[in-house]
Write a protein that binds this ligand. Sequence first.
Ligand code: TMP
Length: 237
Amino acid sequence: MEKKELLYEGKAKKVYTTDDPALLIVSYKDDATAFNGLKKGTISGKGAINNQMSDLLMERLEKAGIATHYVQMLSDRDTLVKRVQIVPLEVIVRNIAAGSFSKRYGVEEGRVLPSPTLELSYKNDELGDPLLNHYHALALGLCTQEELAVIERYAFAVNDFLKNFWQECGVTLVDFKLEFGRLADGTIVLADEISPDTCRLWDSATGEKLDKDRFRRDLGGTEDAYAEVMRRLRSHD
Ligand code: TMP
């Protein structure tokens, strides 16, 4: 399958059409941004790592009964996916307080939450992805009640799977962000990516951050951290 036209370029990925209207090619870049694009940089090797990690995890999730957009890896940076209409929600699951949760609610980073906590934001860069609840999502017509039910069930199932998977790699899954899409027939599938850009991953033994927070917070060693989580993931198999 070949790339035809550039359909969309985001902060970290490009999306191309193919000869099949139901399939797209996603191409992962090394570009990184944070704080809604205010901070810009490059994380060398990130595109290939995020592509391969995402594909490997989505393949596992499919086997665990969660429908995804994943079709086939085409090269180290490119993946063939099913074309979806993205539901404009950022679906965040948190196991441990960190990031905006810690800041907003005044909770120290690292406090284990009593149970996995789901958060929704409106995927809208102009508005800065504002936090919203169920009622807001329905009032804005972002999705239906039925779709929300599927999305939430999937989000917790993904958490159960990923938490366990990462634990076996000596990595603690702190939180992550998912996006979902609708296939032409309306079926909800997991889309976007699962990578150190979209997950907080801490070394279970040392607590060291192995994710994009190294870039966001200028901690240094970002490339090494991405390579280390990829190495752990590969050694799992
Ligand atoms: P937050 O604590 O900054 O709200 O982030 C929660 C999780 O979502 C964290 O794992 C990083 C991820 N995330 C994204 O994937 N994209 C984003 O634009 C933001 C702000 C967070």
